[in-house]
Ligand binder design. Structure first.
Ligand SMILES: Cc1cc2nc3c(=O)[nH]c(=O)nc-3n(C[C@H](O)[C@H](O)[C@H](O)COP(=O)(O)OP(=O)(O)OC[C@H]3O[C@@H](n4cnc5c(N)ncnc54)[C@H](O)[C@@H]3O)c2cc1C
Length: 254
């Protein structure tokens, strides 16, 4: 018979108690105001309920997929919007965990996880949703790196992030073989545009992010030039259970 381990049950209980004490009382307020839940997220981070999927040595909670889903299921019961803010951090860090070199992991992940900062996953564009191979954001090779130009839409945490994982094409004529993933720290050339007014998960912010002549050093490429589609698909495959579970809470657990 399938059962949860004592450790999984303890983590589930902790997430449930946090949800009832900290999320449920404020969920309606944040949803109605469509306000970013900074104070709640700070408490979640202090409790270890953000960056669940990041290994402990890099500053996360080090949870496996099933335990992550137990946590997001509980948190999502209280507020799917606030949980989306937390889950989006894991989404954005997954590409580095999956495809990053040891040096990239050590350089970029702990500063986010150990200080409670945010990261954003930047794939979608107005003409590149399900069809990720149609990304038009360009990455032009220059001495020492690549210059990014383009706009992403529907980016969760895009307006609060300190680190972006950006998918851009080094050559649009190559289709998905031109797609390349870059680790991009916040800089002056990155601005945010329209914030979406949503019918649900309104505590999470979903925005346009513009990249205007953003120079990215070559060592910030994830997985190699032309490997972006693989990086994106592996990230989405890995993160789907986490995102799905935050919408499925059922009272059977009581
Ligand atoms: C709240 C929210 C947060 C998000 N956060 C992020 C984020 O942090 N980062 C990010 O990069 N993106 C984010 N997204 C974007 C999300 O990943 C896209 O919405 C998704 O990829 C779908 O793209 P689309 O909206 O352009 O829909 P489309 O691709 O236009 O699809 C519309 C419909 O057509 C269907 N469809 C598409 N292609 C086909 C086909 N070939 N055959 C049959 N049916 C098809 C789809 O299943 C869907 O039902 C977010 C979206 C939302 C709503």
């Amino acid at each position: 018979m399938f059962t949860l381990t004592p450790e999984q049950l303890a983590i589930q209980k902790m997430a449930r108690e946090f949800t009832e004490k900290e999320l449920m009382p404020v969920a309606a307020k944040y949803d109605e105001q469509e306000a970013f839940p900074a104070a709640v997220i700070q408490k979640m981070w202090e409790t270890g309920l953000v960056n669940f999927t990041v290994p402990e040595e890099l500053g996360g909670a080090g949870l496996d997929t099933l335990t992550t889903c137990l946590v997001t299921e509980e948190l999502g019961r209280g507020c799917a919007g606030i949980t989306t803010v937390a889950a989006a951090n894991s989404l954005a860090l997954y590409p580095i965990l999956i495809s990053g070199t040891e040096e990239q992991k050590q350089k970029f992940i702990p500063p986010i996880c150990k200080t409670g900062k945010f990261a954003a996953f930047c794939l979608t564009e107005p003409n590149a949703g399900s069809d990720a191979a149609s990304v038009a954001t360009s990455a032009k090779q220059v001495e020492g790196g690549y210059v990014l130009n383009g706009s992403k839409c529907f980016i969760t945490n895009g307006d609060v992030a300190d680190l972006y994982v950006v998918f851009a094409t080094v050559d649009k004529s190559k289709g998905l073989k031109g797609l390349t993933a870059f680790i991009v720290p916040k800089s002056d050339g990155i601005t945010t545009g329209k914030k979406e007014i949503k019918l649900g998960i309104r505590a999470s912010s979903t925005v346009v992010v513009n990249f205007d002549n953003v120079l990215v050093p070559e060592e910030n490429i994830l997985g190699g030039v032309g490997q972006g589609f693989k990086v994106a698909m592996q990230t989405l495959d890995t993160s789907r259970p986490m995102i799905g579970s935050l919408t499925v809470y059922d009272d059977w657990v009581f």
